[in-house]
Design a protein around this ligand. Structure first.
Ligand code: LRH
Ligand code: MN
Length: 430
């Protein structure tokens, strides 16, 4: 797969695409120079941007109303790694996969670790799952896991998280994300305070088993599947837990886990300010936890979140090491094309946020000039940084336009043939 442009384009057309890119890049370079910004510096900064691909978004998602599987979907952890590696190969910015346990329990963790390394990728945070009952499970999570009134259920849930950490250790991961579906559907069903206390106690058991250098991310969500009260409902609940646990615990912000019109960049600024912003699940949404392609509905909101991150980076805030991860569900788009689009949208938002004239912005903020302050942000946001981002990808060995290169590569068609033809033989060991 010719990376930079496309395997199907003939040499002349390819050169033309590259020449056009270089002309656009030069024009942007000239424009930024007039603002006192060195484009080379920005390209190098963009080359350092990396985000993790979620293993659970490589196949087609669905809703309770239906699922429309696409051709050539991955049927095993190994095939998911193959697909995830395509995202990294074409963007140069997705070097890790985030696994979900038990959906992705490897039969042979060491073999999977090697296979991933051969594909040029590694592992980010593992995700535990006490929101579904597994076959043969002793106790049901129907009425909760860490918040359940039955200590046996809580113990089972803690054990599962310790198991997920064990898998993560063998794969070279260094963090666990804990999202709890725990909550209630009716007033009176659950003690709003005791349920929270039980969750904290269970998290403390998991925290006590965290390997050195590992982090525990608490992920909040306002509702679904709980439809009246969710125990870890908002950033405040998540912060209370992470601060009670200790320095290795931080909050994970899933962009879709906020009620409509919530100012998510403000939530991010609050958590950054207290050193408790551990990471993100990037996606976008119009109404609920829609898990749509990042930047597809609220691109300015995504830019404003990166504006907070760039300032935190520049201000060298304590414990600033956000784990950038994607969490999406692809119901109608090709999962790989949507993930390639997502990485591009995140690179664009980061590149634009780096162009904010911080000095001018602070002056307008300090002098009480809201219009000029807003214009300073908009000047960065309205800068077409696509040539800069494409160049950063090219220098990382990726494609100028990953989606087009992917489409023209015939990868999906090849996988459709390969994955339908071969009757699947589960790997004994790789
Ligand atoms: C919950 C969530 C969580 C994952 C799941 C796949 O809505 O965002 O992060 O475990 O999606
Ligand atoms: Mn999430």
């Amino acid at each position: 797969m010719s990376k930079v442009v496309s395997p199907t384009l003939n040499a002349t057309a390819e050169t033309e695409v590259v020449r056009a890119h270089e002309r656009d890049l030069a024009a942007l370079g000239e424009r930024l120079e007039r603002r006192g910004v060195a484009i080379e510096h920005e390209i190098e900064a963009l080359r350092g941007f990396a985000v993790a691909v979620p293993s659970w978004a490589l196949g087609t998602g669905g809703t309770r109303f239906g699922r429309f599987p696409g051709p050539g979907e991955p049927r095993s952890l190994l095939e998911k790694l193959e697909d995830a590696a395509v995202v990294h190969r074409l963007t140069g910015a997705a070097p890790r996969v985030s696994l979900h346990i038990p959906w992705d329990v490897p039969d042979d963790p060491e073999a999977i670790r090697q296979a991933a390394a051969e594909l040029g990728i590694g592992f980010d945070a593992v995700n535990s799952n006490t929101f579904q009952d597994q076959p043969g499970q002793a106790f049901s999570y129907k009425l909760g896991s860490f918040s359940h009134t039955d200590p046996a259920v809580r113990r089972q849930a803690v054990e599962h998280n310790l198991f997920a950490i064990e898998i993560g250790k063998q794969l070279g991961s260094n963090a666990i994300t804990i999202w709890l579906a725990d909550g209630s559907n009716y007033p009176g069903q659950m003690s709003l305070r005791k349920s929270f206390d039980r969750v904290l106690a269970c998290l403390q058991d998991v925290y006590a088993a965290l390997p050195n250098g590992w982090r525990l991310f608490t992920e909040h969500k306002p509702y679904e599947p709980a439809l009246y009260a969710t125990v870890v409902q908002d950033w405040g609940s998540s912060y209370l837990l992470a601060s009670a646990l200790g320095d290795q615990a931080q909050c994970l912000v899933d962009l879709g886990h906020h009620l409509p019109n919530t100012n998510v960049e403000l939530v991010v600024a609050r958590l950054l300010g207290v050193g408790k912003l551990g990471g993100f699940h990037f996606n976008d949404s119009k109404y609920g936890d829609d898990d749509l392609t990042a930047g597809s509905i609220k691109p300015y909101g995504l830019f404003l979140i990166f504006h907070e991150l760039v300032q935190a980076e520049r201000d060298r805030l304590p414990r600033f090491a956000p784990a950038y991860m994607i969490d999406q569900s692809h119901n109608i788009k090709d999962p790989l094309e949507s993930l390639l689009q997502t990485v591009d949208q995140l690179q664009l938002a980061y590149a634009k946020a780096r162009l904010v004239d911080q000095v001018a912005l602070e002056e307008f903020q300090e002098s009480g000039d809201p219009l000029m302050a807003e214009r300073t942000l908009k000047e960065a946001y309205e800068t077409d940084v696509r040539p800069l981002v494409a160049e950063a990808r090219r220098r990382n060995g990726g494609a100028l336009d990953p989606v087009i290169t992917f489409r023209n590569s015939g990868y999906r068609e090849r996988k459709a043939a390969e994955r339908s033809r071969a009757s699947y033989v589960p790997p004994r060991s790789l």
